[in-house]
Design a protein around this ligand. Structure first.
Ligand SMILES: [Zn+2]
Length: 117
């Protein structure tokens, strides 16, 4: 059975989904601001490098989330294709997986780590 959402299915952004879109745009603006700040402060201070990397990573994530909204793919889990819980998206608007899939991925990452003791 084909359970993929129809291409025109943008329920995720109707009604309360507007809130997510606003969250994404706001986050994007804040990150752009942080990024410019980090750019103007860098070079002399190596301590800022991790901050810049973090801001750049976050900016890329938000940019990809905005693209997914425009593609109508936002809110769909990249692993199982199911809908990502709305509360999860409110907490983490850039989430690309539903809770169960995210947990599975994290557990998998942990088991890949060789024990260190
Ligand atoms: Zn999933």
């Amino acid at each position: 059975m084909n359970r993929r959402p129809a291409p025109g299915d943008r329920r995720a952004l109707a009604g309360s989904g507007r809130q997510l879109w606003d969250l994404l745009l706001e986050r994007h603006r804040a990150l752009c601001h942080e990024w410019r700040l980090a750019q103007s402060l860098d070079r002399a201070d190596d301590d800022l490098l991790p901050t810049r990397d973090r801001v750049e990573d976050a900016l890329v994530e938000v940019g990809m989330a905005i693209e997914r909204v425009q593609d109508g793919a936002y809110g769909c889990c990249r692993s199982c294709g199911g809908a990502i819980d709305f509360q999860r998206l409110l907490m983490l608007p850039t989430a690309t997986r539903c809770w169960p899939c995210q947990e599975a991925v994290e557990q998998h990452e942990h088991t890949d780590d060789p024990p260190r003791h």
